[in-house]
Design a protein. Structure first.
Length: 568
């Protein structure tokens, strides 16, 4: 008699295979690793091998770190579960228990979601949080409410974002040199409805997004490989196709609608950017399909996927974390049991009216949530470019970009420009059209002309051994638009040890408006005073008959001290 297999209503193919003697847990685990392997190799080539071959001064450790990092994630999760089952839960066969709970998967996926610049000790802490807090405290595999890897990821994102940023953010050494380390989702967050050329142009084309050769997390940038893994896992019946396809499709449709309101009705590029950027594809294939934390029956999977798409778009446009994928999956994990119960009842409900009412309410909820994002990004601008005024400017001493505070009517807008005055980002999408950008450029030029002498700025930062040399540009107010270059040296104790300028090299000495000093030349005494009194700049007295030049030096000193405080 042929072997009978156990089929429970709505039970995952993932679990059925584990029940079968023909396949078993080992085979399912093997299939999952095979699906992850292309992404792991891609992560190593992109973030380790290519920077090692193409960027100067990249160490061998940097080259192998992606592989070590991912291995450490899987091993740490496996070890934590083994220790827990053997020494705390007193399992008779802890190795079998760990094998059946897919222990390494949590750490592997967590590592692949993080930046290559994440310290390994941060990864280990994240694995502990994911495995112990997100999985074992709920009773282990089959009982956890949330996707464990996402629990660890969100914990690291909140608790250690500063550490990751300080180590280089989400860009490998090659990307830092070429693209200054900014990821597509970072640029998207600053201006969600910017021109598609602005959103994509810095990284090549949408083809680069599809291949994954853009800054981002270690192993989730390649949409192509995620699609390949998806096809393999569906063929092997490890995952169900509904959640990834409907999830990605929902995001695509909503992104298209928002894009249509902003000039992309006949252009799919804006919607394609939405599904190819960030970790959407990776999350849809490897996290939204996790068997324990997602609905079991087909109708429930459809509802779950639709809400994932709606929430992802909502969080991307209205949340503080621009990615949106992890937050939406964790949020929907909370409702998995409710969705399962509702969808299971409707499958056996005999009264069509009750079925229609249930799905009608769900549809209204989906429309209401998605409308909040769509309508919010399709409102008519109530002010015109003629209403633009610049009120202040401040230099970001980390990026050396300028941040202009502008007002469009009574609406505050922050405009970020580079050292060449090219606009990088505008924080208010409603006032980012071509007409407004032209108005910003004009107003910034007028503001600079009227305030050229008030704002020294850092042009360049160089290292000379253990010292840091700042190149600072300031303007002598005595002669209009006369640029003076200062060179300030800071030692490894964060103290100013040298301050020089090219003031006597500029043409000001031949200008009839410039007066040579009859007494003390401030350029001969002020640098020494600044070095001596740098902890108390206010006590430095200006040189008689040279007030403006004195204030120029003191302003440069204040900017240097601010740099030391914020950057060093």
């Amino acid at each position: 008699m042929a072997e009978q297999k156990r089929f429970l209503l709505g039970k995952e193919p993932f679990i059925r295979k584990a029940d079968s003697k023909k396949y078993g847990t080992d085979i399912v685990m093997r299939d999952f690793f095979i699906a992850l392997l292309p992404l792991i190799i891609f992560a190593w080539v992109k973030n380790g091998l290519l920077p090692y071959l193409n960027v100067d001064n990249v160490s061998f450790w940097t080259m192998i770190k992606p592989l070590v990092f991912i291995f450490m994630g899987g091993f740490t999760s496996w070890l934590l579960e083994f220790v827990a089952y053997k020494f705390f839960l007193k399992e008779k066969d802890p190795l079998k228990k760990v094998k059946n709970s897919f222990a390494p998967i949590t750490g592997l996926i967590l590592a692949m979601m993080l930046s290559v610049n994440t310290p390994i000790w941060v990864l280990i802490i994240g694995c502990f949080f994911a495995t112990v807090i997100g999985k074992l405290l709920f009773g282990g595999f089959g009982y956890n409410i949330f996707n464990p890897a996402l629990v660890g990821y969100l914990f690291i994102s909140v608790a250690y974002y500063g550490v990751i940023s300080k180590n280089g953010g989400y860009a490998n050494p090659a990307e830092i040199e070429i693209l200054a380390g900014a990821t597509p989702m970072t640029n998207f967050a600053s201006n969600p409805v910017a021109s598609i050329d602005v959103l994509v142009g810095s990284y090549g084309s949408l083809w680069d997004f599809f291949l994954g050769t853009i800054p981002g997390s270690l192993a989730e940038t390649s949409a192509l490989l995620c699609v390949v893994s998806f096809i393999y896992l569906v063929i092997r019946k490890v995952i169900n196709w509904r959640v990834p396809v409907i999830y990605v499709g929902t995001v695509f449709v909503l992104m298209y609608i928002i894009g249509a309101f902003n000039g992309y009705a006949l252009d799919l590029r804006y919607a394609l950017f939405g599904i190819l950027s960030g970790g959407l594809m990776f999350g849809a294939v490897f996290m939204a399909t996790e068997p324990v934390t997602t609905p079991k029956n087909p109708n429930g999977k459809v509802i779950f996927a639709l809400f994932l798409g709606v929430l992802t778009v909502l969080f991307r446009y209205n949340g503080n974390m621009p990615e949106g994928v992890a937050t939406s999956i964790i949020t929907m994990n909370l409702f998995t049991v409710i969705i399962d119960r509702i969808s299971a009842k409707t499958r056996v409900e005999s009264k069509p009216r009750k079925i229609a009412l249930t799905y009608g309410i769900i549809t209204l909820m989906l429309i209401a949530i998605s409308s909040y994002s769509v309508i919010g990004y399709a409102k008519t601008v109530s002010f015109t470019p003629e209403d633009v005024e610049i009120s202040d400017v401040e230099q970001n001493l980390v990026t050396r970009n300028f941040e202009y505070t502008a007002y469009v009517g009574n609406k505050k807008v922050i405009i970020t420009t580079d050292l060449n005055n090219d606009i990088i980002s505008i924080d208010n999408y409603k006032y980012s059209s071509t007409e407004f950008i032209d108005a910003y450029k004009t107003k910034i030029g007028e503001y600079q002309s009227a305030n050229y002498d008030k704002y020294p700025y850092v042009l360049d930062v160089q290292l000379d051994g253990e010292n840091t040399i700042l190149t600072i540009i300031a303007h002598r107010p005595l002669v209009y638009a006369q640029e003076v270059v200062f060179y300030v040296t800071i030692d490894n104790n964060n103290e100013i040890i040298s301050l020089t300028s090219n003031s006597k090299d500029v043409e000001s000495y031949t200008n009839p408006n410039y007066k040579n000093w009859s007494g003390i030349d401030p350029e001969d005494v002020l640098p020494d005073q600044i070095i001596e009194k740098q902890t108390d700049i206010d006590s430095i007295e200006v040189v008689a008959t040279a007030t403006q030049t004195s204030q120029l030096y003191i302003g440069v000193a204040r900017l240097t001290l601010k740099y030391i405080e914020e950057v060093k």
